[in-house]
Design a protein around this ligand. Sequence first.
Ligand code: UTP
Length: 288
Amino acid sequence: MTIKVKKAVIPVAGLGTRLLPATKTVPKEMLPIVDTPSIQYVVEEAFDSGLTEMIFVTARGKDSLEDHFDFAPELEQVLEQRGNTEMLEKLQSISTMIDVVSVRQKKPLGLGHAVLSARNLVGNEPFAVLLSDDIVDDPTPCVRQLLNIYEEKGESVVALRRVPRPDVKRYGIIQGREIEPRTHAIDAMVEKPDPKDAPSELAIVGRYVLHPDIFGCLERVKPGKGGEIQLTDAMADLNRQRKFYGYEFTGEHYDIGDKLGFVRATVAYALKRPDLAGPLKEFLRTIA
Ligand code: UTP
């Protein structure tokens, strides 16, 4: 069975309160990791995974995200006049790479509600969801790893990562059985459990490939923790009707919605740059 998934839903309507005051006027997805807004890493991951239609679920104050993937004629003209062809080509490739369509989430009622807001744009086909709070560095893009499973099994797949037990209270946690190396058949999911009740230490990270039946579940699900419509609750409902898989992805994961994760990603990505690695290592030695 080969099912081609084309659409990526990228929810960017959250308030980003953990990164205040930076996020008071700048969307957290536009904060740069070295010199590239985090949203671009995520869009490139989707594109490199073969997803061709990007759907942003946005909110007020997030227009710069769409602008980032559009042409910028005045800026491009200046770069051309200055002969900075390298940067000109870089900027133009971002704009030609993808077409973004967007839909507004009118109120920040949670991640589940954000995904439901994309229903009309997705239609009755499977789709991927990528959260820009999570950046994964691996030669095989994280969402591609999940798509490989969806294309084979035709059922929903979430990205999983093992976390220390005290941290389970920050994540959706699964109960499941490992059926192939790294692949788990999921029996149940619970949002932010108490560490003493958690069914495992396998946490759901912000990459999903979902069967379109998820929309019916999202419509039915009642507000959960924090009064928000939780995607995990809707996935748990879908899991009662259909098979659901989890995949322990390969790669280095950074939770950049959190201050320490953001700084870690900044240092790690800077150390990958040939022009920055040497002087940065030298600097880190002097302050460590
Ligand atoms: P978070 O739980 O990180 O919430 O959302 P947040 O508002 O973005 O950030 P904090 O916790 O206040 O710092 C996880 C993902 O779900 C999206 C966010 O944009 C992020 O990608 N989201 C969340 C929405 O699109 N809408 C919502 O109502 C809530």
